[in-house]
Design a protein around this ligand. Structure first.
Ligand code: BGC
Length: 766
């Protein structure tokens, strides 16, 4: 009898091995128990480059052409593939497919830096809600966005994808972005976690950062996004932090991300296999992307030889299953391949106009009044930059350039100039395929920007008589795989400078105005030339509707309300980080990508570490605290109207919650919106701190002339804390804090002092 019983027990115990449950939301444990080691190792490694289904699922089939990757299916257990595709300025997939005339274009929205300049979380959420609908309707499960590395230095080639030099602005804009996309029932991947602040040697660079700067600057924005918006996934970065690849850092991926901040989604690697797959599994990096068979094998071998506990693998597999059951593909969503691109174009245009920053408007030359005939100068009028290059480049159906935008708005453009620039761009434009990689040319080039056309003084002078005003447009492009340069990039080129001088001289001599439009993705030098034109509109890289959006602002259809999400320094070297930013970068040494056998392998770059010597003194924290002159301070931005700030109040509740209110009144003649920053100065005596730090921000609705609105901002005691490295904890000092309500970091019209009675400490995972 005992023997029979034992046999039954043995059979029952063996049953899960042969049972084949199909995955549902409620049987994850059962499915996990039914998986073989090979299946588990397969699920945590993607199917390879592109949206190819390969490996264990057999054969090869493209799911969504142009997507960046897929997770593998295990049909036996009802586990489907899921599809991951790039952002952040819209969905990146191939616009055409073999065998069909149908097109699959996506909307090119304004870039990350632009939308951060709106300081408007509602606007961002509305925009990304439209973006996420394209993700859903094109059959993609996760958008590989937003990118939110801190603008440590103006030359990072991917800054345009990222939001700000400040973690509070960056984190809150990111949270809004995530919420908007995920409202569609698809996921995001917040990237690149973390400290991927340069493109030079990005795949192996060691970012050497103090614990304090890491927590307060480079992780804080991720912390805010995770806490506020519950992203489905996070993408670990290519680089190392303090000697450890982020993908393999338990401290980062498990202690900080999950234990401290409560993240409960999956972490995937950025695109490329590294040595140390097993360490990545242990650290809590759940998915290797794009995934190579040898990674699966490493995991299998390590479990077999005992160097990888099955429990670690099971933990990651469970998280993968929890992710998969959320996806539209798992839930059988019948996507249309026909998102409403017209409606989304409107959302892109609205976001672009709200993100533009008016840097100068002498004599209220804008909005344009009584101007009909315009002399539009600059190759960028035709060679317009909707967004940057690399994986962040969206395949959009069209781009409304500056010529089209102004003509659509009813202006009459100088035909001879139009013709000249059209011919020049046709002549000078190089097919991206013919451009050798290197210098500041990155990978996956979407567009190659032409240099400014050299034009003579007499040529410029000949355009004055027939036109009422001149607009000079200056453009910049950059992207993944390379950092920008100082010469001819941060600084104006000789041709741009002489164009500006000649246009301003000639038109001013005739009493006519000159407006500069900046179609750029990151900071450029402005101090040396900003006195020349009458107005400067920073349009950023405003997406496919850019030309129309610029015209909306120039005509006053939309009153600009964007503000700078970073400092514009006088010179590049004024940034403290400029001393150790890799200048004149060599081609990125993607040596561990060589296995894909394509041409992405270039000369190996010998830069392999970056000391973040500036510590917490990033952006305005440096300029403002040490009284360094800037060209435009963080938060700067003008309007066609004016705003008065009054009645500041700050109350501190028993639990330390701070409520800060200010009354904003439109004192000008047209309707407008105003973004207000809450800049906090901490009491002396605790840790050394920046003179002021942005701790919250808010924006008014459209206020009619004379109309007021109370803006209310809330903070917790934790939000006021700084990180004490020695004690390994966050500390909020007791004492009197000054809460400044600022137009920008250097212009704080009203402030209020409030006392935090008791000091508070907040521990982090040991
Ligand atoms: C980029 C990521 C991108 C991925 C997939 C990587 O090279 O760094 O931002 O999501 O490729 O295309």
């Amino acid at each position: 009898m005992k023997k029979i019983l034992m046999t039954i027990v043995a059979i029952v115990a063996a049953l899960p091995m042969v049972a084949q449950p199909k995955l549902t939301k409620d049987n994850i444990d059962e499915v996990l128990a039914a998986m073989t080691l090979e299946e588990k190792a397969t699920l945590v490694v993607g199917s390879g480059w592109g949206s190819m289904i390969a490996g264990i699922t057999g054969g090869s089939q493209i799911l969504v052409s142009g997507a960046a990757g897929t997770t593998q299916a295990i049909p036996r257990l009802g586990i489907p593939n899921t599809v991951l595709a790039d952002g952040p300025a819209g969905l990146r997939i191939n616009p055409t497919r073999e065998g069909t005339k149908q097109t699959f274009y996506c909307t090119g929205f304004p870039v990350g830096t632009a939308i951060a300049s709106s300081w408007d979380v509602e606007l961002v959420e509305n925009m990304t809600k439209a973006m996420g609908n394209e993700v859903l309707e094109y059959g993609v499960d996760v958008l590989l966005a937003p990118g939110q590395n801190i603008h440590r230095n103006p030359l990072c080639g991917r800054n345009f994808e990222y939001f700000s030099e400040d973690p509070v602005l960056s984190g809150n804009i990111s949270a809004a972005y995530v919420k908007g996309v995920q409202l569609n029932g698809v996921g995001v991947s917040v990237k690149h976690f973390a400290a991927n602040n340069q493109e030079t040697a990005r795949d192996h660079n060691d970012a050497q950062i103090s614990a304090r700067a890491l927590r307060e600057i480079y992780l804080k924005n991720f912390e805010i996004a995770v806490r506020e918006s519950d992203p489905w996934t996070v993408m670990s970065s290519y680089n190392k932090i303090n000697g450890k690849y982020t993908q393999q850092s338990y401290d980062l991926l498990t202690k900080a991300l999950r234990e401290d901040w409560g993240f409960n989604g999956i972490v995937m690697t950025d695109w490329g296999a590294k040595d140390g797959t097993v360490d990545a599994v242990k650290a809590g990096n759940d998915l290797m992307e794009p995934g190579m068979p040898f990674e699966t094998q490493r995991i299998i071998d390590a479990v077999k030889d005992g160097s990888l506990p099955m429990a670690d693998l099971d933990r990651n597999v469970r998280r993968m299953l929890e992710y998969i059951v959320r996806t539209p593909r798992f839930n059988g969503y019948k996507y249309s391949d026909k998102p409403d691109l017209k409606a989304h174009a409107k959302a892109a245009r609205a976001a672009a106009t709200e993100s533009m920053v008016l840097l100068k408007n002498e004599g209220d030359v804008l909005p344009l009044d009584g101007v009909k005939n315009i002399a539009l100068f600059g190759a960028t009028s035709i060679d317009f930059v909707a967004g940057g290059t690399g994986s962040g480049n969206v395949n959009k159906a069209y781009v409304v350039n500056m010529v089209e935008g102004l003509e659509n708005a009813g202006f009459k453009l100088d035909e001879s100039l139009k013709d000249f620039y059209k011919k020049y761009v046709d002549f000078a434009k190089i097919d991206p395929k013919d451009i050798p990689l290197g210098g500041s040319v990155g990978i996956l080039l979407g567009e190659a920007k032409v240099d400014e056309a050299p034009v003579s003084r007499s040529f410029v002078e000949s355009k004055v008589a027939a036109n009422d005003a001149a607009i000079v447009i200056i453009g910049r492009n950059s992207g993944e795989g390379a950092d920008r340069l100082v010469e001819n990039d941060f600084d104006l080129s000789a041709a741009e400078r002489s164009l500006l001088v000649n246009v301003c001289n000639a038109f001013h001599l005739a009493g006519k105005k000159v407006i500069v439009v900046l179609n750029i993705g990151g900071v450029i030098e402005t101090a040396s030339w900003k006195a020349m034109p009458d107005a400067i509109l920073l349009a950023w890289q405003p997406g496919q509707e850019g030309g129309d959006a610029i015209a909306d602002v120039l005509t006053g259809k939309v009153n600009p309300s964007g503000k700078l999400p970073m400092t514009f320094p006088v010179q590049f070297v004024d940034h403290r980080s400029s001393f150790n930013f890799p200048l004149g970068n060599e081609p990125t040494g993607r040596s561990d990508f060589s296995f894909i056998g394509d041409d992405t392998r270039t000369t190996v770059n010998h830069v392999d570490y970056t000391k973040y010597e500036e510590d917490i003194w990033v952006g305005y924290r440096w300029f403002d605290t040490f009284g360094k002159e800037v060209s435009y301070p963080f938060g700067f931005g003008l309007s066609y109207t004016s705003f008065d700030y009054s009645k500041p109040t700050v109350t501190v509740a028993k639990d330390g919650t701070v409520t800060a209110n200010v009354l904003v009144t439109n004192t000008g003649k047209v309707a407008g919106k105003e973004a207000v920053g809450l800049y906090v100065s901490a009491p002396a005596g605790g840790l050394e701190k920046p003179a002021k730090e942005l701790k919250a921000f808010a924006k008014t609705r459209l206020l009619a002339p004379g109309e007021s609105q109370v803006l209310s901002m809330k903070l917790s005691a934790y939000d006021l804390a700084s990180f004490n490295e020695a004690a390994n904890r966050w500390e909020t000092a007791a004492g009197t804090y000054t809460f400044g309500f600022g137009r920008n970091v250097s212009d704080i019209p009203v402030s209020f002092k409030a006392v935090i009675k008791a000091a508070q400490n907040f521990s982090v995972s040991e």
